[in-house]
Design a protein around this ligand. Sequence first.
Ligand SMILES: [Zn+2]
Length: 151
Amino acid sequence: MKFLCDEMLGTLAKWLRILGYDTEYVKDRDDEELLRIAREEGRIIITRDKLLAKKAGNALYLNEISLEKQIASVLEHFNLKIDEDKLLSRCTICNEIVIPIEKEKVKEKVPENAWKSHDKFWICPKCGKIYWIGSHWKNMKERIENIRRLP
Ligand SMILES: [Zn+2]
């Protein structure tokens, strides 16, 4: 399942990537172009624009403001589960699949304490951002678990 988030849903797009979903995020495009991208790439539009959702047909209209509720709505609507093996498999910035990189190669690129306390690192082949499962991911996991507990 692939998504396309409209420009009001940038944070949601980032989170869907964290959860491992192929999610495009486009800014400064008109509705026709959004619809064209969704059609060509087989993406479901997630939007806060009722009219756009109507035009797209295959879309999810979100009226929730809070990020947690937005994520919960997406998961519920498409009957998706959080797959922990997929967490952190995509770059949060450019949606590329990240690839493992040897620890030695990232020494100069990550904070010293992160390098010392972790053995596994991944890199985005497109933008070069380096990922590791540090405390920031644990915080995110907690947030995800809070989402799951929402009624
Ligand atoms: Zn990237």
